[in-house]
Design a protein around this ligand. Sequence first.
Ligand SMILES: [Fe+2]
Length: 380
Amino acid sequence: MKAYFEESDIRLDEFEAICKQSADLADYPLATAVQKNIVIYDGEKLRGMLDENEAVIRAEWIRCLKDGPGVFVIKGAYAETAVIDEMTVVFQQIVAQEKASKGEGGDHFGQNERIWNAIQKPCEIAPELFIEYYGNPFLALASKAWLGPYYQITAQMNSVKPGNKAQSPHRDYHLGFQNRATTAHFPAHVQVMSQYLTLQGAIAHGDMPLEMGPTLFLPFSQQYEAGYLTFHDEEFRAYFDAHKVQLPLEKGDMVYFSPALFHGAGENLGTTDRIANLVQISSAFGRPMETVNRSKIVEKVYPILLDKVEQGVISTRLVNDTVAAMADGYSFPTNLDSDPPIGGNVPVTAQQLVHEALGQKRPLTDLMQSLAAHAERRTA
Ligand SMILES: [Fe+2]
């Protein structure tokens, strides 16, 4: 593998060859069907074999997500769909409260309803329901299969209104949120590895026939290594449009897919809202070993840096490299209600605030206020 992907590494013909594969039911002995290259499992059957055969299920799911089509569905993932209905009521309550308190919130793909942090908010309202809903064995098993133990779950509820247009095809968090120029700075091996740090899932909160626009997928597309650089490209989008697949879902079904799979929400041509809870599970490995109070470091170092910048006795390289060691350079994790992205998918970082302050030669007290406000709005 090259150190970095370049323009010349981007090849639609290679992408096509990958996406032309087909999934064979014989490779997935626990599945009940393969439809449109999506592997389908029966929740009832899996529940019956969980205690004795957990490792076998995990191995099959890993094969599907990594070397197979990259997406599978569990039909009837909850023994009782009443759990889903109860959670839908809680979600509606949260949406109503948020609308009343802050007006129509900022959703980044149209006039829909979205609940950020749909794991903590319902838990605060209905902790018993949390056990039945988020304690679901398949949520745990899929997470453990893809990420290993110590994973962390986050969730966002999406309610998509009738008439809402389809989403552009994309890959998901992490690199799916960055623009192409930023992605290109990440070495090729890091781009490929990043898909192993998260798992995407969705829990259907109602029946979703095709006309309601359940998620569109391009099976096998997660296997294309340079894909984080190409999902914005016209020719790749056109290929997605020509070959995307979609399965109807029913209330209580779950879908899991590799974050590197090309996908997008479909157009809702139905008459009712399409409600899904999108779960995103993160590997334990995205975190450093120690906690560091970076604001203390900024407090000590910034005045010296500013002084040197004002005197013109420090190189831009040394400023940049020092800021990279001082402050947090990544936008996540954050509270997306109070720290929304501005003009893109990624909220401002502490490093950006330090650079901005240095550029404007602002005093330390000013910067510390900005950083405190920044930290505050990132808290859940
Ligand atoms: Fe997505």
